[in-house]
Design a protein. Sequence first.
Length: 69
Amino acid sequence: MKHYLIPGILIFLCFPLLSQNFPNKKKHKLPKELTEASGLYQAAPDSLWWHNDGGHPAELYLTNSRGEL
């Protein structure tokens, strides 16, 4: 069992090196109605449903991939 301890630790420590980081680029400005989004669902390639309920009545919004209502 001791034979597996050090290789196991080394493999475990290498996982962060394999993770991928993608730059967070802002592509489109969202409508003012979407100040806070609790959920997002992509129904089709150009159809996004947003759930907004942050301190307000729950509402659904449909936007295209450019953020237009």
